[in-house]
Design a protein around this ligand. Sequence first.
Ligand code: TRP
Length: 428
Amino acid sequence: MASPVRFLTGITTTGTPHLGNYVGAIRPAVQASLRPGIESYYFLADYHALIKCDEPARIQRSTLEIAACWVAAGLDPEKVFFYRQSDIPEIPELTWFLTCVAGKGLLNRAHAYKAQVDKNAAAGVDADTDVSAGLFMYPVLMAADIILFNAHKVPVGRDQIQHIEMARDMASSFNHLYGEHFTLPEAQVDEAVALLPGLDGRKMSKSYDNVIGLFAPREQVRKQIFSIVTDSRAPGEPKDTEGSALFQIYQAFAAPEETAQLRKLYAEGIAWGDAKQLLFERIDREIAPMRARYDALVADPAQLERILQAGAAKARAHATPFMGRLRHAVGLRNLAATDGPAKAKASKSSLPAFKQYREADGRHHFKLVDAAGRLLLQGAGFDAPQDAGRAVARLKQQGWQPGDADASLAEGVTEATVQDALAQLRGA
Ligand code: TRP
């Protein structure tokens, strides 16, 4: 089996999820996380939330709601990495490292920042009005989110593509200066995923105030659906599916046969009220079981807190040792652990190591431990020490693969940790 492809995406914790978020992001992400051969990282971007929101209660509430939504929608925190950005102190630390390699000119070109500058110009006010340094630095924080976990693919909306390009830019600047530490991430924009129209036919978005709540109370969802704008055709008059927000929303939930059926009903002149009722029932069929889970989760924040804490521990099992190597790479080092500034090579004691030994059964074993002595890989037993040596050499050269006959992952250790340790040995 090849090593897994890592997918990573963040959700800014400022709002309450609506149907557009569900169809455009949550549902495809949960489905993707179930595919074999991939490793998914989903996190609550609450540091990002501070850039645009200064209401503490709202940030807390939104974090709770978004976390509950993802779990209710079927994300399995055991299977994926699901965590809160502010629980990972390595993220702001890496942000600083990247700040020091990011060109200011690069950041000047970021859309979100430029939009504010353009707005200021149009209003005839100073270019920096309402521009916090946080807004300016937003792409650096986002780059740190992504490359700390060496993500390969970042599923995002079109508006975020530029940020992924900037992350690649910062990652390659860092690699160029300090060695090949980072994978260059790629944006993944899923064209097949529906852009859901809102109540007024424009894209469903909080800023247009045209959203249908995802887990709003059932009656409220019904009311919102009945307020979808339609034309004035009377019952019995054939209706156009083209440009009908109602039809498009239905399509995002229905199987192709169901959509074909609604198309037929449109042609036959279904009354708008009846079409809305069909839409409401179709959405409710998918959402109702999740709503029950959502309500239970929101009513028990301590449970979500435990899930997030466990997620942070799992993410940090990778982030902390990786950050240790990055600190070392840039020269933030334990003075006692090196042989002094003249010798630039990593000292042995700060490196992972293979240990070979013989057990009571007379067979020759080996193991890979990290710099702190934690077991990463357990090798198989060999009759001859040379065979164990060859297995070690091969692992050093070619890396470890899941299913490797010569060595298996120690409990609680991720493949990424092992690959990083092996890469570090190769680099030393
Ligand atoms: N900026 C993203 C948004 O507003 C959220 C985000 C933060 C993110 N960090 C990320 C997305 C890292 C992908 C990867 O949508």
